[in-house]
Ligand binder design. Sequence first.
Ligand code: SAM
Length: 233
Amino acid sequence: LYVAEKLAERAEHQLGQDQAHYLRDVMRLKPGDPVRLFNTQDGEYLAYLGTVARKAMSVICEKQLAEAAPPPDIDFVFAPLKHARLDYLVQKATELGARRLRPVYTARTIVDRVNLDRMKANAVEAAEQCNLVYVPEVFEPEKLDRLLAKWPADRALIYCDERSDGADTIALLKGLKLPAALLVGPEGGFTPEEREGLKRLPFVTVISLGPRIMRADTAGTAALAVVQAVLGD
Ligand code: SAM
């Protein structure tokens, strides 16, 4: 279970309603049963259930099981998609070890408001389900050109372009070093102006994911898997 507060030996935490419901009604746990707690800063702890009541449930940390384990320094920069597709993308990006999630508005982005709490909840749920000891940091959405204007020169930006010339993707990725970020566009792709602008930036590497055009959520997932395979741990 993800607990945002500081985890330490003998620390006691009150669980929220959703977590309490899950442990009590779904997992059928009782006072004294063990649970695994984690967060990005403190790692993973073995804890035991204290109170188990309808409204209140507490857990008491016993010992640390694992140190915090941030994934390789790869950000995922993406145009927010609609509802279920965004949920999917956030879950998969978390499972695939994106360190930060950065939604960006591009010219053809059709979603104009992003539910950050829902994004965070999806990231937490994916981390819990996959026993990760890390939840990616979720950033407020911003315009792509604003983000690019303050881009740190030492972070490689890997831009997925379905119209790229088919250069060897693996060889291009092997030539890069972390920190890095991966950029995937919205359902309607990038405009010609955006594509030309991106290609001119010194920190950008353009890659292809093959000759087939994928939906944005598929492309993001596939691209993260490839980037992790070549540059990750
Ligand atoms: N512009 C295209 C169109 O409307 O026909 C489709 C854009 S695609 C659905 C959305 C995003 O996925 C693109 O901006 C790109 O970043 C990524 N993408 C999809 N297929 C890709 C591929 N084969 N190679 C690289 N990137 C791809």
